[in-house]
Ligand binder design. Structure first.
Ligand code: UT7
Length: 321
């Protein structure tokens, strides 16, 4: 069951107006087409491991735990291709020689990591797992590509899962994961050659796929729980574009007031987007203990995933770097 949330954002705020000084875009276009007003970018001295470590530490503080039995890091913007970042985070947090590894499912990474953590607990490998999702897309954005430069931002979120009773609030009641590798080119980073390497995205096609896959995956977990869409108190979708969030809510028949849209100040933070949206929703009071909650994400791969849970009485701790 989920027992604590943490998050960390870089201090550097980049507004649409600032971006428009170097990218061929406008504040009006970005706000109306994506719902984004600003995003965070790391400074030169901060990297994805720093954000991940801070978010992980915050989640441990929130869960009032000094140690866990395993650590899973979700990132698609690692500091280096190998080794995995998770062992270094475990070491920086003083967690000892615990199992620690990365999962890469782009924007669906948090849900993939969460289900991996739940699997480690069910298999008896761990009693508690720290799940961290951290991204620094600013490091792989082509500054001349207005379609990606305006959307993505940096950030990290984390959650602690621990063994609990299946009927306790915070237990993962249903999970759904999927992929379609035949469309892997829709969002990818070319292997080599040219400048960068930078992220490349076919925005329109991704947009359509995101709405379709997120809606279907959400429906699967809602049904698996024996709920109807009217029973969902809060839908927490991946924050890729406010228009995608609205379209998914409309397709599922879930009112906008019961759907989290927390993209305006942070943009699309890929794997970190769901834990960051959860922290924002807890802060505003939109997410409260007892709420029947559905988390759902879509990303490159293509990958998608959803989870349903009754929101537990947990704390969320945030910091900036
Ligand atoms: O995180 C998971 C994966 N990512 C996503 O889910 C993102 C999904 N895609 C999107 O959010 C949207 O497709 C974008 C925000 C990337 C683009 O918005 P759109 O409404 O789909 O625009 P479009 O690509 O259809 O382009 C419409 C017009 C084009 O101009 P013309 O050809 O009609 O003259 C683009 O060149 O808007 C232009 N355009 C822009 N104009 C100003 C595209 N990006 C920009 C921009 N500023 N940043």
């Amino acid at each position: 069951m989920l027992t604590g949330l943490g998050s960390c954002l870089p201090l550097g705020v980049v507004s649409n107006a600032e971006l428009a000084l170097t990218v061929d875009t406008s504040d009006e276009w970005v706000r109306t087409r994506t719902g984004i007003s600003a995003r965070r970018h790391v400074s030169e001295s901060v990297d994805v491991m720093d954000l991940a470590t801070a978010a992980g530490r915050n989640a441990l503080i929130a869960a009032e735990l000094a140690s866990v039995d395993a650590l899973v890091l979700a990132t698609s913007t690692p500091r280096r291709p190998c080794p995995a970042g998770a062992p270094e985070i475990a070491s920086r947090l003083g967690l000892g020689p615990i199992p620690a590894f990365d999962v890469m499912a782009m924007c669906s990474g948090f849900l993939y990591a969460l289900s991996t953590a739940a699997g480690l607990i069910s298999a008896g490998v761990a009693q508690s797992v720290l799940v961290v999702a951290a991204e620094t897309y600013s490091r792989i954005l082509n500054p001349d590509d207005r379609a990606t430069a305006v959307i993505f931002g940096d950030g990290a979120g984390a959650a602690v899962l621990r063994r609990g009773e299946p009927d306790e609030p915070g237990a993962l009641l249903a999970m759904d994961l999927g992929s379609d590798g035949s469309r892997s080119d829709l969002i990818h980073v070319p292997g080599s050659g040219g400048e960068g390497p930078y992220l490349v995205m076919e925005g329109r096609k991704v947009y359509r796929q995101a709405i379709e896959k997120i809606s279907a995956s959400s429906m699967r977990v809602i049904k698996d729980c024996g709920w109807a869409t009217e029973d969902v108190d809060l839908l927490v979708p991946h924050q890729a574009n406010a228009r995608i969030v609205q379209a998914v809510a409309q397709r599922l028949g879930i009112a906008e007031e019961r759907t989290v849209c927390a993209i305006a100040e942070v943009g699309n933070t890929a794997a970190a987007s769901i834990p960051l949206a959860l922290s924002t929703a807890m802060g505003s009071g939109a997410l409260a203990p007892g709420h029947r909650t559905v988390l759902t994400a879509f990303g490159g791969g293509l990958t998608w995933g959803s989870a349903a849970l009754i929101w537990p009485r947990v704390r969320s701790v945030h910091s900036e770097l």
